[in-house]
Ligand binder design. Structure first.
Ligand SMILES: CC(C)(COP(=O)(O)OP(=O)(O)OC[C@H]1O[C@@H](n2cnc3c(N)ncnc32)[C@H](O)[C@@H]1OP(=O)(O)O)[C@@H](O)C(=O)NCCC(=O)NCCS
Length: 113
C-alpha cells in the first residue's frame, strides 16, 4: 500500500499599501490543509483558516493547493468529511465541485452503570 500525508500551509505574504507587512513565516500561519494520498485516492483530512483571515478566499486557495498536490501524485479522486451544519465549508466544497456521496450518523453509547 502506498501512502503519503502532508500538511500544507498557506504561504501568502501580506501587502498593505504596497508594503510587505507579514513575513513568510508569519504568513504560513494563515491556515493549513492536511491531505493524504492512499493508493491513488486522495483525502482532505483537515482544513483550517485563522478566524481573522476567513472570507478572503484563503480557504479556496488552500483547497486548490491540496487538489493540485493530489493531481501531481496521479490521484483519480478526493474525498472529505464535513458536518452537515458547517455552511461555510459546505459552500466552499460545493463551489469547488464536491458532491455528496452519503449521509452518516455519529453514534454514541454511554458506558456508565
Ligand atoms: C471552512 C474555512 C476553512 C473556509 O475558509 P475561508 O478562507 O473563510 O474560505 P473562503 O474565504 O475561501 O470562502 C469560501 C466561500 O464561503 C463564503 N463565506 C466565507 N465566510 C462566510 C460566512 N461567515 N458566511 C457565509 N459565507 C461565507 C465566501 O464568500 C466564499 O464564497 P464565494 O467564493 O462564493 O464568495 C474556514 O471557515 C475555517 O477554518 N473554518 C473552521 C474550520 C472548518 O470548519 N474547517 C472545515 C472542516 S471540514
Amino acid at each position: 500500500m502506498s501512502e503519503e500525508i502532508a500538511k500544507l500551509t498557506l504561504l501568502v505574504p501580506l501587502f498593505e499599501e504596497g508594503r510587505l507587512v507579514c513575513s513568510v513565516e508569519e504568513a504560513a500561519s494563515i491556515g493549513h490543509v492536511v491531505v493524504m494520498e492512499v493508493d491513488g485516492h486522495g483525502e482532505i483530512c483537515d482544513m483550517w483558516v485563522k478566524p481573522e483571515y476567513r472570507g478572503w478566499h484563503y480557504g479556496s486557495r488552500l483547497l486548490e493547493t491540496a487538489i493540485q498536490w493530489l493531481r501531481d501524485r496521479g490521484c483519480e479522486d478526493v474525498v472529505l468529511h464535513v458536518e452537515t451544519d458547517n455552511k461555510v465549508a459546505l459552500h466552499l466544497y460545493r463551489k469547488a465541485g464536491f458532491t455528496e456521496t452519503r449521509k452518516e450518523y455519529h453514534m454514541r453509547r454511554l458506558l456508565g452503570e
